[in-house]
Design a binder for this molecule. Structure first.
Ligand SMILES: *[C@@H]1O[C@H](CO)[C@@H](O)[C@H](O)[C@H]1NC(C)=O
Ligand SMILES: *[C@@H]1O[C@H](CO)[C@@H](O)[C@H](O)[C@H]1NC(C)=O
Ligand SMILES: *[C@@H]1O[C@H](CO)[C@@H](O)[C@H](O)[C@H]1NC(C)=O
Ligand SMILES: *[C@@H]1O[C@H](CO)[C@@H](O)[C@H](O)[C@H]1NC(C)=O
Ligand SMILES: *[C@@H]1O[C@H](CO)[C@@H](O)[C@H](O)[C@H]1NC(C)=O
Ligand SMILES: *[C@@H]1O[C@H](CO)[C@@H](O)[C@H](O)[C@H]1NC(C)=O
Ligand SMILES: *[C@@H]1O[C@H](CO)[C@@H](O)[C@H](O)[C@H]1NC(C)=O
Length: 766
C-alpha cells in the first residue's frame, strides 16, 4: 500500500478536506479549558463542562448534548473537551473566561529486517553487541511504547509474548474489546489496545484491529519480537525483528487509512499518558502551526510534562524547504535515511545501456535474452522534462491494442500510486513497466511491491531513456530484477521525500532532530491485505516492505525505549539529547551524508543532528537537560503572549525579561541574524551540559566554522569530576559578512578522547 504516495499525494493536491468523514464531523471542536477556574460546586470537570455547554445552548441544542454526550473529555495531557458545536455556540463559548482556546477538528494523515543490523544493534548472525544497549536495557523489557496509529493485527508472530516477564507494574491501561478483537488478543507483549471513533468512520473494524497495515508495520518496527524466516515474497529475507524486542506495545487506534481526526488524537495522547506509557510513537502529521494554535503540540507538551517521550515523523514532503511537520522542541522529530540494502531492478536497453532502478516485483521474470518493444504514451524528446504530475498511464488511458506485449513507460506520482499504475499496464496486457521519476523528490527512488516486472528509474536515467527513444527507430528493452543487494554505498543518504527544515516558526530550533532508517523497511503486515492495495492483487504477505518517515519514527521510538530501559531515571529531553549528540554525519563511504534528491552534501536542515547511532547513545558522556520552565522561557523569548503560553502549559506564567530564543538548552544550536539589523551579526548562546558517565572526565571543544562565520567557545575545556555535575559554557557566533543566501552550518564537538558530543550550528539570515 502506498503510504508514502498517499501522503505525498494528498499534501500536494491538498485534497485532505474531501477526506473529512462528513460535514457534521467538521463541526467538532476541541475546547481548551483552564481547570484552575473550576468552581468548587462542581466535583467533577465533566459536570462543569456540561454546565458550560448548557449556558451556551438553546434547550433543543442542549438536548442533543444529553443524547450524544461529549465527543471526548480530556484530563491528562490536555484539559478540556471535544463537542459538536454550531457557529453560534462557538462564538459564545469563546467568551467564557475559563476557555483558553477553541480549535476546530482537523484531519491529519499517516505519513525490516535489516535495520537493527544497520543500526549496529546486532551483527549479521543476529548476535547482540556484547554489553551493548540491547543487553543493558534487557531489550526495553520494562518500557511501554504507545503507538498512535491504525491499530494492530494481534495474531502476528511479532506480538508473541513467549519468555517475557510480567507486565510492567506502572501499566494502568486496558485491552478494550471490539469487533474481532477480544481481551485474549492482548498478552504480555501487546499489553493494551484502545480505539477511537474516527478510526472506523466509514470502513474498518470497530476495534483496535488494523484494516490498513500502517499501525501493524510501525508497532512491529518499534518493538516486534524476532520472527525466523521472514521476507516479503523472498525480498529482504532473514530474521525479522523490531528495535526494542522486549518492550511492551499499547496501541491507540486513531486513524483509518486516510483520516486521523485531531479530536481523537488528543484523546489518545490523554489516555496513553494516563495508562502509563513511557514512549509515544506518532507516525502522522499535518501542516506546521505556531504551538498555541495546534492542540497536538499542546498534547505533546502535556506528554513531555508527564515524562513521556514523543517520537514523531518529520513528514514526507521533502525535499521542499521548510516542509518539516511535528515541530515543537519538546518532541523528537525524525526524518528518513536509506540503509545499505536496496532492491535493484535493471532496465536493459537493446543498445546495451543498463539503467539501474529499483523494484520489489517477485513474480515470473522477463526473459533476459529477449528485448520487448518500448511504448510511451506521450512523445518525449531527449530534452523534455517529464511533467510535474505525470499523466502517462492514468487509469483508463491505455489501449490494449497498442500496448500488448510491450514494456510501457509511465511516470511516477501521476494520478495513481505506483503499484496501481502497474495494474493499469498489466490490465492493458503490457509485459513490463518503466516508472520514470518525475523529479519531485529529485534523484530519489523507492521500491514498491509491483505486480509486473518493473524498474523505477531516476530523473537522470529517464533522460537517457528518452534520448534512446528519440534516437532509435524501434526501441526495445528488457527488465531484470537483481533481488536484495547488501553493502550498498553510500549509505545512509537522506531520502528525497524526507521533510526538511528550517522550522517554519522558530529560527532557533533545528528540525528534524535526527534521521533513522525509513526507506524499504520490512515489518509485519495484517493477514488478508495485499502489499499493494490494488484491486487485482490477492497476494497475502506476512511482512511488507514500505517507506516513509512513518517508518523511521518507530525506529527512534524503539531506540528511545531501550535507552529508557537502560537509564530508567532519564527524562525525555535526556534521552533525546543522547540520541542527537551521538548521531553521525559521515556515511559508510567515509563522506559527509548526501542528499538523495540531488546527491549533493546534505545539511542539518535535512538530517538535524545526524543519523542515530544507538550504541553510542547508551553512554553519551554529556546531555543537555530541558525542563518545563526552560520551555516556558523559550516561549517567552519567542514572543508568545502570557495568555498563549498558558494555553500551551495550562499555568499562568510571568515572562522574565531579556530572554533569547537560542538560549534554550537544546542539543543543537541555531541563531538568526536580522538583515536590517546590520550592527548585530553577533550572538552569544549559553548551554549547560550534564555529565552522565561514571568517571571524572575532561572535554575539550572542537569547532568547524561555517563559511564567513567565526565561532568561539568559553571556556573551551570542561572538567567534570563527578556524575550529574553541570557546567555551562558560552558560544559566541559572529558573522564576518552577510552575503550568503539563507543559512550556513558549522559544528561544535566536545571530546574527551573516548566520547564525542556533537552539535550542529545553523546561522540564518532572517
Ligand atoms: C454524518 O454523520 C451523521 C452521524 O454522525 C449522520 O447522521 C449524517 O447523516 C452524516 N451526513 C452525511 C452527509 O453523510
Ligand atoms: C471477524 O468476525 C466475523 C464474524 O464473527 C468473521 O466472519 C470474520 O471472519 C472475522 N474476521 C477476522 C479477520 O477475524
Ligand atoms: C522459509 O520460507 C521458505 C519460503 O516461504 C520455505 O520454503 C522454507 O522452508 C522456510 N524455511 C524454514 C527454516 O522455515
Ligand atoms: C510521436 O511523434 C511522431 C512524429 O511527430 C509521430 O509520427 C508518432 O506517431 C508520435 N507517437 C505517439 C505515440 O504519439
Ligand atoms: C484491472 O482489472 C481488474 C479485473 O478486471 C479490475 O478489478 C481492476 O479494477 C482493473 N484495474 C485498473 C487499475 O483498471
Ligand atoms: C546541487 O545539485 C544540483 C544538481 O546536481 C546542482 O545544480 C547544484 O549546484 C548543487 N548545489 C550545491 C550547493 O552543490
Ligand atoms: C528586523 O529588525 C527590524 C528592526 O529592528 C524589525 O522591524 C524587523 O521586523 C526584523 N525582521 C525580522 C525578520 O525579524
Amino acid at each position: 500500500m502506498g503510504f508514502l504516495w498517499a501522503l505525498v499525494f494528498f499534501s500536494l493536491l491538498n485534497l485532505s478536506s474531501s477526506f473529512q468523514p462528513n460535514s457534521t464531523d467538521s463541526q467538532k471542536y476541541i475546547i481548551r479549558v483552564s481547570n484552575d477556574l473550576k468552581p468548587s460546586m462542581f466535583s467533577e470537570v465533566e459536570q462543569w463542562y456540561r454546565s458550560t455547554l448548557r449556558s451556551i445552548s438553546s434547550s433543543l441544542e442542549f438536548q442533543r448534548f444529553e443524547e450524544t454526550d461529549f465527543v471526548h473529555v480530556y484530563k491528562t495531557v490536555f484539559h478540556g473537551f471535544a463537542a459538536e458545536l454550531t457557529p453560534r455556540q462557538v462564538e459564545l463559548i469563546k467568551t467564557r473566561q475559563e476557555v483558553l482556546a477553541v480549535y476546530p477538528n482537523r484531519i491529519l494523515q499517516l505519513h525490516t529486517t535489516h535495520s537493527p543490523q544497520f543500526l549496529g544493534l546486532i551483527n549479521d548472525n543476529f548476535i547482540p553487541t556484547p554489553s551493548g544497549l540491547s543487553e543493558e536495557s534487557d531489550y526495553g523489557s520494562n518500557v511501554i511504547i504507545g503507538v498512535l496509529d491504525t491499530g494492530v493485527w494481534p495474531e502476528k508472530e511479532s506480538y508473541n509474548d513467549k519468555g517475557l516477564d510480567s507486565i510492567p507494574s506502572h501499566w494502568k491501561g486496558e485491552c478494550v474489546e471490539g469487533q474481532n478483537f477480544t481481551k485474549s488478543h492482548c498478552n504480555k507483549k501487546l499489553i493494551g489496545a484502545r480505539f477511537f471513533p474516527g478510526s472506523f468512520y466509514r470502513k474498518g473494524y470497530k476495534s483496535a484491529r488494523d484494516s490498513d497495515g500502517h499501525g501493524t508495520h510501525t508497532s512491529s518496527t518499534a518493538a516486534g519480537r524476532e520472527v525466523l524466516n521472514a521476507s516479503s515474497f523472498g525480498f529482504a529475507s532473514g530474521i525479522a525483528t523490531g528495535i526494542a524486542r522486549k518492550a511492551r506495545i499499547a496501541v491507540y487506534k486513531i486513524c483509518s487509512t486516510f483520516a486521523c481526526p485531531t479530536v481523537d488524537i488528543i484523546a489518545a495522547y490523554d489516555k496513553a499518558v494516563e495508562d502509563g506509557v513511557d514512549i509515544i510513537s506518532f507516525s502522522l502529521g499535518g501542516p506546521a502551526h505556531p504551538y498555541h494554535l495546534d492542540p497536538i503540540a499542546i498534547a505533546q507538551f502535556g506528554a513531555m510534562a508527564n515524562n513521556v517521550l514523543v517520537s514523531a515523523s518529520a513528514g514526507n514532503s521533502g525535499p521542499s524547504s521548510a516542509s518539516v511537520e511535528n515541530i515543537p522542541p519538546w518532541i523528537t522529530t525524525v526524518g528518513a535515511g536509506t540503509m545499505d540494502r536496496r532492491f535493484p531492478s535493471d532496465l536493459i536497453l537493446a543498445d546495451g545501456t543498463i539503467l539501474t532502478g529499483v523494484s520489489l516485483y517477485s513474480g515470473q521474470a522477463l526473459s533476459q535474452k529477449t528485448f520487448f518493444p518500448l511504448w510511451y504514451a506521450k512523445n518525449m524528446s531527449a530534452n523534455s522534462i517529464p511533467s510535474y504530475f505525470g499523466t502517462a498511464c492514468m487509469p483508463g488511458s491505455l489501449d490494449p491494442r497498442l500496448v500488448t506485449g510491450k514494456i510501457v513507460i509511465c511516470e511516477s506520482e501521476g494520478y495513481a500510486p505506483p503499484t496501481l499504475t502497474g495494474e493499469v499496464v498489466k490490465n492493458a496486457s503490457g509485459v513490463g513497466m518503466v516508472l520514470v521519476n518525475v523529479g519531485r523528490t529529485g534523484e530519489s527512488l523507492v521500491a514498491d511491491a509491483h505486480i509486473l516486472p518493473t524498474a523505477a528509474i531516476t530523473v537522470s536515467s529517464g533522460k537517457k531513456l528518452f534520448s534512446y527513444l528519440a534516437s532509435s527507430k524501434d526501441p526495445h528493452a528488457t527488465i531484470v530484477s537483481r533481488g536484495t543487494k547488501l553493502n550498498i554505498k553510500p549509505a545512509p543518504v537522506v531520502t528525497g521525500f524526507s521533510s526538511r527544515g528550517p522550522h517554519l516558526y522558530s529560527v532557533s530550533i533545528i528540525k528534524p532532530d535526527l534521521i533513522a532508517p525509513g526507506v524499504e523497511i520490512l515489518a509485519a503486515w495484517p493477514d488478508g491485505l495485499s502489499p499493494t492495495d490494488t484491486p487485482s492483487d490477492k497476494r497475502n504477505t506476512g511482512f511488507n516492505i514500505i517507506s516513509g518517515t512513518s517508518m523511521s519514527c518507530p525506529h527512534i521510538s524503539g531506540v528511545a525505549a531501550m535507552l529508557k530501559g537502560a537509564h530508567p531515571d532519564w527524562s525525555p529531553s535526556r534521552i533525546k539529547s543522547a540520541m542527537m549528540t551521538t548521531s553521525y554525519i559521515v556515511d559508510n563511504a567515509g563522506n559527509h551524508i548526501l542528499d538523495e534528491a540531488t546527491y549533493n552534501v546534505s545539511t542539518p536542515w535535512d538530517y538535524g543532528s545526524g543519523h542515530v547511532d544507538p550504541e553510542k547513545a547508551l553512554d553519551p558522556g554529556l546531555v543537555y537537560d530541558l525542563t518545563v520552565s526552560d520551555y516556558v522561557d523559550y516561549l517567552c523569548a519567542s514572543g508568545y503572549s502570557e495568555k498563549n503560553i498558558a494555553t500551551i502549559t495550562r499555568k499562568m506564567v510571568s515572562c522574565k525579561k531579556g530572554l533569547k530564543t537560542w538560549d534554550i538548552n537544546y542539543p543543537s544550536i541555531a541563531v538568526g541574524f536580522n538583515q536590517t539589523d546590520v550592527l548585530k551579526y553577533e550572538a552569544t548562546v549559553t548551554r549547560t551540559a550534564t555529565h552522565v558517565s561514571k568517571d571524572a572526565s575532561t572535554y575539550t571543544v572542537k569547532i568547524d566554522n561555517p563559511p564567513d562565520v567565526l565561532i568561539t567557545v568559553e571556556p573551551s575545556k570542561l572538567e567534570f569530576s563527578q556524575k550529574e555535575q553541570k557546567l555551562s559554557y558560552v558560544v559566541k557566533i559572529s558573522a564576518k559578512k552577510f552575503n550568503y543566501p539563507t543559512s550556513v552550518f558549522g559544528r561544535m564537538t566536545w571530546e574527551n578522547g573516548k566520547q564525542s558530543v556533537g552539535m550542529p550550528i545553523a546561522v540564518t539570515q532572517s
